[in-house]
Design a protein around this ligand. Structure first.
Ligand code: ADP
Ligand code: NA
Length: 330
């Protein structure tokens, strides 16, 4: 390895990414692709932990890959692939299942939340073990850094535990990875309910900004974002969670610091912040959508990119798996 290895993934579940996915994850992926040897994937194996329509899943996987390219991932500078194209993920996933305690898997809060919503009859065993598959996703590439949002922190801790467990039980094999979580964008909040994270499954339509929606509709959502009854634009996560969320989004899109923004909006009210944010988002999302569309309009090029990505990923993944199989006695 000549440079640090970076690995991350995103689910193709609903076609369009939302603003939380972009700012919490994808924007970091783009920023990390040059200084690191970066592997990024669309995690379709994770998507089937809940029931999917096959044609829709196939379509959403392509839309997701096109959005990653539209957001600025460059297949010349990183490895972009689809998880199911690399069979080693499922293979190492099984090994990791056999190393993970039922109790420690049961403590994963994402699983507890999601399964509580679904009810135990509709919850699959796959959903239960998805954090373990995620461990395999990361360890296969000997990743040093995993850029994710705050909701993934607990899974990354488990990944580190499992890497160390394998290394101790057999012999040093896996790099022990670190989460790369940027405080300011790790938890983008629902625009209508700034006590909750923006989420494709839990947010209301007005609270969720989908990147592929009509920019005019998204601009309206910024303008009608829920804030407090005050008027002074200042950063206070406890007292002004809605305004603070808008400031964080502005900062991530404009590159200006929160302090600069607070100074910039001095003497102006929330409406000024909302209007400027709506414009800023529209300026960013319009070319993003155009670039995404060029990849969707050229299926052969998208196939070529994903085919090359899968080949590059398999070179690394198959080496790791061969070593692992040898160490466990296969
Ligand atoms: P979701 O959490 O909406 O189901 P994914 O599980 O596919 O979406 O998450 C993809 C990436 O987006 C992960 O790194 C996750 O941490 C990040 N992410 C999701 N929601 C948010 C949010 N509201 N704020 C910041 N990052 C987020
Ligand atoms: Na998530």
């Amino acid at each position: 390895k000549d440079r640090p290895r970076v690995l991350s993934g995103i689910q193709p579940t609903s076609g369009s990414f939302h603003l939380g996915n972009y700012l919490g994850a994808v924007q970091q992926w783009v920023a990390l692709q040059d200084a690191n040897d970066a592997f990024y994937m669309v995690v379709d194996l994770h998507a089937i932990t809940v029931e999917q329509d096959p044609a829709q899943l196939r379509e959403n996987t392509r839309i997701s890959a096109a959005q990653l390219l539209g957001a600025g991932l460059d297949p010349e500078r990183c490895t972009l692939f689809v998880q199911s194209h690399v069979p080693e993920h499922a293979q190492l996933g099984w090994v990791m299942n056999c190393l993970t305690g039922f109790g420690e898997a049961s403590r994963m809060t994402q699983f507890k939340d999601k399964s509580a919503k679904q009810g135990s009859d509709r919850t699959t065993v796959g959903l239960f073990t998805y954090p373990v598959l995620q461990i395999a996703d990361i360890l296969l590439y000997q990743a040093d850094l995993v850029p994710v949002g705050e909701d993934q922190r607990q899974h990354l801790e488990l990944t580190r535990d499992l890497a160390e467990r394998f290394n101790t039980r057999y012999e040093p094999t896996f790099t022990v990875p670190k989460a790369h979580i940027l405080k300011e964008t790790a938890k983008i909040l629902d625009l209508q309910d700034p006590t909750a994270k923006m989420s494709k499954s839990a947010s209301s339509a007005k609270g969720l900004v989908n990147l592929l929606d009509d920019p005019k509709a998204s601009a309206k959502k910024f303008k009608s974002a829920v804030t407090d009854t005050g008027t002074v634009v200042s950063y206070d996560e406890e007292e002004k969670p809605g305004v603070s969320n808008l400031l964080r989004i502005h900062s991530a899109l404009s590159g200006q610091s929160i302090e600069q923004l607070v100074a910039h909006f001095e003497g102006r009210m929330y409406g000024a912040l909302k209007t400027e944010l709506a414009e800023l988002f529209t300026e960013w999302v319009t070319p993003f959508q155009a670039r995404t569309r060029t990849y969707l309009d050229d299926p052969a090029e998208l196939d070529r990119v994903l085919g090359l990505g899968a080949e590059k990923a398999r070179e690394v993944a198959s080496q790791t798996l061969a070593t692992v199989y040898d160490r466990i006695g296969f």
